[in-house]
Design a protein around this ligand. Structure first.
Ligand code: SAM
Length: 205
């Protein structure tokens, strides 16, 4: 099976160590902060969680958060932030595609932010299968789909996408709960990311 550089944790770890984590907002994501206030706190997973600012924000609001990343620096940061903020979160140092069966049908919510564009596009079907497995029936995939201003030909990561592609991928066994260009997108991502919340329908196997 083909392996791509971005499939390896070293690719991401190097960026953290070189202080080249340009995706990191340095704080929580305003769009998710606002959404958190509208949701009933439940079990929430952030895949490719990075340094974990949103992990802490959701935990402070009463969500039971599981943070998954395969870069040691990312998980180290999440643990430090959790200790500083005095919140308890579960950190999982793992490739998202290797998450064990214990996480099947586990989460009410999954948060997507620049993880989908970080993995190689060849793995996008696997990503859909993964999040469908992790969510409970009726659970929500809350995604800021990004970057919409790049094509696959432009290269990556971040690998470009379109809302059409995302909707085609999350078609069977999903319904759309909400779709909008959020007013609260940070300035550099305005118009380049779209919030689409998918619900895993209850009838899928
Ligand atoms: C672009 S960063 C985004 C981090 C975070 N979501 C944010 O918005 O700040 C992508 C993150 O996903 C992680 N990642 C990429 N592929 C992964 C995989 N297959 N399994 C686990 N983590 C992965 C990287 O280590 C990195 O922390």
């Amino acid at each position: 099976m083909t392996s791509f550089p971005e499939d390896q944790f070293q690719f991401w770890e190097e960026r953290y160590l070189e202080d080249a984590a340009g995706w990191d907002l340095g704080g929580h994501t305003p769009v998710f902060d606002s959404i958190a206030d509208e949701l009933n706190p439940g079990k929430l997973c952030i895949i490719g969680c990075g340094r974990g600012h949103d992990v802490i924000m959701f935990a402070k609001k009463g969500f039971k958060v599981t943070a998954v990343d395969f870069a040691p620096s990312a998980i180290h940061s999440v643990k430090n932030l959790a200790a500083e903020s005095n919140v308890i979160v579960q950190t999982v140092y793992s490739d998202i595609f290797q998450l064990d069966g214990g996480f099947t049908n586990e989460f009410d919510y999954i948060i997507e932010q620049t993880c989908f564009c970080a993995i190689n596009p060849a793995n996008r079907n696997k990503y859909e299968t993964l999040v469908k497995r992790l969510l409970i029936p009726g659970g929500l995939l809350i995604g800021l789909w990004f970057p919409l201003d790049k094509t696959l030909q432009d290269g990556g990561p971040p690998w470009g996408t379109t809302i059409n592609e995302v909707k085609t991928l999350f078609n069977l066994g999903w319904s759309i709960e909400k779709e909008e260009f959020p007013k609260l997108s940070i300035r550099s991502r305005k118009g380049r990311e779209k919030l689409v919340i998918f619900r895993k329908t209850k009838l899928t196997g």
